[in-house]
Design a protein around this ligand. Structure first.
Ligand code: MG
Length: 467
């Protein structure tokens, strides 16, 4: 009997992260990291898990949109869906009524991120492989078929994508072996949240250096003097060889993976992130005034839809050796296409579930590789680190073939809620997910759902009783 999709469940799960200042930046001042979570059930034990990330209020609205999209899968045979995931993606994203409340942006699109990823998770589980392995084992034709291509063929055609993938196919096994041995390079954000005191920033920065990291990100944009002060604190630690873990040598700032990144004397790199707070001229002025802390890039300097604004900022900051990064709020592949076409970014920061799931991510990975722009996915939040390691592995092994200049965001929050949490090795690099049953690594513990489901989970019931 053919396996069919028979039902689904959604869960509005919210963690009280606003209590500790975790996740605070210039724009998002009281985040309760949340997951709009979906389980897709079939006529067998096969289940798919997906989520999209929000920061609290509105998570219930995303769950409603997830239900609308999941309804479209009921009764479908899973093997027919898996056979051409690009067509499946077109089907899910192009409901003739639902697309009016996007199209391909906002609540309906991040809901597609959850549902699309749940289907990919199910596909990987059905094949007994982690998601990244499912995708890198595809032939170039299969991978192109799994990609969302509508509206981007002026930037990359299927034929060009096929050629690029074929050129990399023979050496995939070498790269897979290499990254399994070394791990995938990561950077930390958790030391530099705006809500933290100077003492906490210093302590967390030292801990991050000790843990083997050499790329560090700091939130900026609320107060220039404070940004400069915190930046100098971080620089004073990351540039000082005495804090390097024993056995770790300083890295050469002029090595190929560091050149152009404003690396300090120990090879450490600092990045800054403004989370969209500035107008374009303000962004240029403000970031120029932080030049002495030598950032590699400014992330999200202005409105995420302002492609030409990002291009203007990039041009103005180039003489200062500071680049521009964005993408965590780029709502679809067309925004990335234009950012690349307009030469507006130095670093492409895809988000695993603001884009409509793996199929749309593949289209951005292919475009970024064609334009020669490194992909450093957005993570943190809840579940995003679990997701993105898969995407960076796909990028390195099958698509761009490069990893040492790339770094993948890592934030050490909330991993304990997942059955297959991501992990970091002693050199500050992500380990490669290897469990054949983990799919896209996003399945949450039932106990976590019971505790943090909004508004009737045990945590929230107790919090209200105490209030
Ligand atoms: Mg950011």
């Amino acid at each position: 009997m053919a396996v069919k999709i028979t039902g689904y469940e959604t869960h509005d799960i919210r963690f009280p992260t606003s209590l500790t200042g975790d996740g605070t930046d210039a724009m998002n001042t009281d985040c309760d990291y949340s997951a709009a979570y979906v389980k897709l059930f079939t006529s067998t034990d096969l289940t798919g898990y997906g989520l999209t990330f929000t920061i609290g209020r509105g998570n219930d609205i995303v769950c409603m949109a997830i239900k609308e999209l999941a309804n479209r899968l009921l009764g479908k045979e899973v093997e027919e869906l898996f056979a051409n995931m690009g067509m499946t993606w077109d089907y899910l994203s192009a409901d003739s009524q639902l697309r009016w409340i996007g199209p391909e942006k906002g609540v309906i699109h991040i809901a597609l991120g959850a549902v699309g990823n749940a289907l990919w998770d199910m596909y990987a589980r059905a094949r007994g492989k982690p998601l990244w392995k499912l995708v890198v084992d595809m032939t170039p034709e299969e991978l192109v078929n799994a990609t969302a291509f509508r509206y981007i063929t002026d930037a990359i055609t299927r034929e060009e994508a096929l050629e690029m993938l074929k050129a990399k196919a023979a050496t995939k096994a070498e790269r897979e072996a290499r990254v399994k041995e070394l791990g995938y390079p990561a950077y930390v954000t958790s030391a530099g949240w705006l809500g933290y005191s100077d003492e906490k920033v210093a302590r967390l920065t030292k801990e991050a250096v000790e843990a083997g990291f050499n790329h560090f990100k700091m939130k900026v944009g609320a107060d220039r003097d404070s940004d400069l002060r915190r930046g100098k604190i971080m620089r004073s630690i990351i540039d000082d060889p005495q804090y390097l873990p024993s056995g770790h040598k300083a890295r050469d700032p002029n090595s190929p993976e560091l050149v152009g990144k404003n690396a300090g004397p120990t090879g450490s790199v600092l990045m800054i992130d403004a989370n969209q707070v500035w107008d374009v001229p303000q962004a240029i002025d403000y970031v120029k005034s932080l030049a002495e802390i030598k950032p590699w890039f400014i992330e999200e300097p202005t409105a995420p839809d302002d492609i030409l604004g990002h291009a203007a900022i990039r041009k103005a900051l180039k003489p200062y050796g500071i680049g521009v990064a964005t993408g965590e709020h780029a709502h679809n592949r067309m925004v990335f296409k234009q950012l690349l076409q307009a030469e507006a970014i130095d670093v492409c920061q895809i988000d695993s579930c603001r884009l409509g799931g793996v199929s749309e991510v593949l289209s951005v990975l292919l475009m970024a590789a064609k334009f020669g722009v490194p992909v450093c996915p957005h993570a943190g939040g809840v579940g995003l680190c679990e997701y993105v390691i898969h995407l960076s592995l796909i990028d390195y092994i099958a698509i761009s073939g490069t990893m040492e200049r790339n770094v993948l965001e890592f934030v050490d929050h909330l991993h304990e809620h997942f059955l297959y949490p991501c992990s970091i090795n002693k050199n500050g690099r992500y380990n490669v997910p290897s469990n054949p049953v983990e799919g896209y690594s996003i399945e949450m513990h039932q106990t976590s759902i019971a505790e943090f489901e909004w508004p009737h989970g045990s945590y929230w019931v107790n919090a209200r009783a105490k209030a």
